[in-house]
Design a protein around this ligand. Sequence first.
Ligand SMILES: Cc1cc2nc3c(=O)[nH]c(=O)nc-3n(C[C@H](O)[C@H](O)[C@H](O)COP(=O)(O)OP(=O)(O)OC[C@H]3O[C@@H](n4cnc5c(N)ncnc54)[C@H](O)[C@@H]3O)c2cc1C
Length: 438
Amino acid sequence: MGTPKISLSNFHVCIIGGGVVGLTGSILLRQQGFKVTVLERDAALHTTGAGIQLHPNAVRVLQDINVYEKIKSKSVIPPSIVLKDYRTGQTLHTQDLLEPAVKYGAPLLTLHRAHLRELLYDEAHAHGVEIRHGIKIDTAGIDLINGEIKLHGSLETLKADLFIGADGAQSVVREALGGRKETAIPHGKIVNRILVEESAIMEIPRLRYLVQGHDINVWLGPECEAVTYGLDGIFNIALTWPWSTDPKDMFFGAQTVDLDDLHLKLGTWEPDVRDLLGLGTDCLRWMFFEPVIDDENMPWVDDLGKFCIVGDAAHRGLPYLGQGAAAGIESVAVLAYLLGKDKNRQHVKDCLNIYQRLRKERTAHVIRATLKTGRLWQMQDGPLKDERDREFLNDTPSVGYPNPLADPFFQSWLWGFDARKAAENAWAAYQYIPEGST
Ligand SMILES: Cc1cc2nc3c(=O)[nH]c(=O)nc-3n(C[C@H](O)[C@H](O)[C@H](O)COP(=O)(O)OP(=O)(O)OC[C@H]3O[C@@H](n4cnc5c(N)ncnc54)[C@H](O)[C@@H]3O)c2cc1C
């Protein structure tokens, strides 16, 4: 008797969380023929937020779901990343981004998060994804044994063939899978984010290069850094700054920042950064928490193959390499392509296990590289930093170069990743039966 065929459209995937990763995943899974529902806690689509860099490894996935051209029309394609000394403004290193865009078949983009989410949301709708807003899931409502979810504050119980937790850093699905709430450990840094109209910058001749050059500029300071880039008419400034690690100073979500206060802290910085900050009217700060690199003690998949986690819910990092959302987009793409290979739905649990093995390994490397970048770019003043700057100025990028994104080996590993190929290779290896075996 042959394997019973189950129509993919009858296989219902329910994604908890309609962030960048959940929405991208919903489109990919619809493309593979699944019935897809997204449950989102917020009552409506977020239209606030700041900028995001999308590196070639993420853009490649977006090209696969046909939103690329729309995203590109709302984006800036920076020609270079320019690393500078925080006091003198001296350029330490310029990394060309246009050649890699050709090499990897996808550019590095910068755009407003609201635009990205809106475009993904529209595309998901167009693909027939059901998106339910104002649905908050809590850990107590997650029933791993029966493979169902009781909706918070309602009598409704939702059944699906697979639940994917794309519910971010404070994931309730992660908590249910791990059987415990993760302790948030302060990383000792915050990020202050300011948006300025580009027209205001253009009125100051000395600052015009920031808008006209379209580069990503990074000023490297002691335990801090400033990153700036354009977002199609708006200019994004992110200032990472030291913060207490005392749990009593911990905060979640955004806090308002007094810009005059922040300005004073930049006393010794290059005037361009101070003048730029002077154009801001509002500033919000977010706290950074230590990333968690999971081993086998923290499952990303449940025993029955009904639940799994992706994106920040699984592998939350730090933003020093612009790879958080990119890694999540890669992960959900690998998952969707693997599930799409299992046409008869006989091996869902195995697909989830392959996904977990592939993604735990790669994202652990990405998170470690992110931490290393933070240490290299935010060195204290002193002889080690002077040595780093000598390397920046005199060495050709290679292994160990202080800009990992310019190290050709690391770059090709990071930006050359192809989620579809990774899933295909893993699936072929899974199906491989050595000659002579029965
Ligand atoms: C300052 C900063 C800068 C960054 N810059 C970059 C960058 O340039 N490039 C990059 O690739 N990454 C960047 N990142 C990382 C990136 O923002 C995250 O990795 C990415 O947003 C994670 O996406 P996600 O969809 O997994 O989670 P989230 O974006 O957190 O989305 C989770 C979604 O789930 C919903 N949700 C949560 N709980 C529940 C619940 N219980 N029930 C229902 N819904 C729920 C939330 O409302 C939300 O919509 C940056 C991060 C920070 C902090």
